[in-house]
Design a protein around this ligand. Structure first.
Ligand code: ADP
Ligand code: ADP
Length: 238
């Protein structure tokens, strides 16, 4: 589904080589955890996959098409098919769970519809379904600022699912959560991966979590891919 060929990213301002010559291919059945210390390049890698970061060299093929050659309109389509969840959730605190989830649909609606805030019955039904999927039906009309960290990340996941993505990307989505809550979130991500046939790629710095949930581990060190394989073969070399 995604082919990465000789991907390198150099940041000119800091002269940092965030990624160096990464090549791999990601398939629908993969539940990938990307491991690496802070600064290893995990976040840069994730942002390359949905076109938020342009490669310095190399290509990323999404369904066979090179996204580095895409214009903004085509990139929007890639981002629509790529749900994203974040460490600090990136929700709108004063809006309800339902309103936050509906913003996940903005990407594929006309700007006029977004402006007047009008949603079709199908869109509202989809929002309700994904809120149920993440176990928050009873809180659908509560303001997000009143929720716990784990509940907020569930809203983040529901918002991503409302895009009906083919790929789910996570940039350290459990880094701000306690261990118990982190396990609950990973269990939910595993369920969604299996039920929706969703290629899932999640950055984590916790090796134990990656080993428990991933079907495949990628390990980055100083921007280089130092491991790509099943969790049972992964040895922490640090
Ligand atoms: P990780 O997610 O593993 O912590 P990042 O991809 O955020 O790693 O960062 C990789 C390296 O690139 C780090 O050395 C970081 O300081 C640098 N870097 C990240 N983003 C930028 C940027 N926008 N401009 C300059 N340097 C950056
Ligand atoms: P966590 O450690 O999981 O992040 P929190 O300390 O954020 O948990 O919240 C604990 C409980 O308090 C949760 O059930 C949450 O719904 C509730 N809560 C947190 N903040 C507020 C608030 N501002 N108003 C009402 N309830 C809140």
């Amino acid at each position: 589904m995604i082919q990465v060929k000789n991907l390198s990213v150099h940041y000119p301002d800091t002269k940092v080589k965030a990624l160096t010559d990464i090549s791999l291919s990601l398939e629908r059945g993969d539940f990938v955890c990307v491991l690496g210390k802070s600064g290893a390049g995990k976040s840069t890698f994730i942002r390359c996959l949905n076109g938020l970061q342009k490669p310095t060299s190399g290509q990323i093929y999404f369904d066979g098409k090179d996204i580095s050659a895409h214009n903004e309109e085509k990139l929007r389509k890639v981002r629509r098919e790529t749900g994203m969840i974040f460490q600090h959730f990136s929700l709108i605190p004063r809006l309800s769970v339902m309103q936050n989830v509906l913003t996940g649909m903005f990407g594929y609606r006309s700007s006029f519809k977004n402006l007047i805030g009008w949603f079709t019955a199908d869109e509202l039904a989809l929002a309700k379904r994904v809120i149920a999927d993440v176990g928050l039906s009873e809180m659908a009309y509560r303001k997000v600022e009143q929720l716990s960290g784990g509940q907020k990340q569930r809203v983040g996941i529901a918002r991503a699912l409302a895009q009906q993505p083919k790929v789910l990307l996570g940039d350290e989505p459990v880094a701000s959560l306690d261990p118990g809550t982190s396990n609950h979130i990973f269990t939910l991500l595993t369920e969604m991966h299996e039920r929706l046939d969703l290629l899932t790629i999640i950055n984590v710095h916790d090796i134990e979590l990656a080993k428990r949930y991933a079907s495949r581990i990628l390990a980055l060190k100083d921007g280089k891919l130092i491991f790509d394989g099943p969790p049972e073969d992964f040895r922490d070399s640090e």
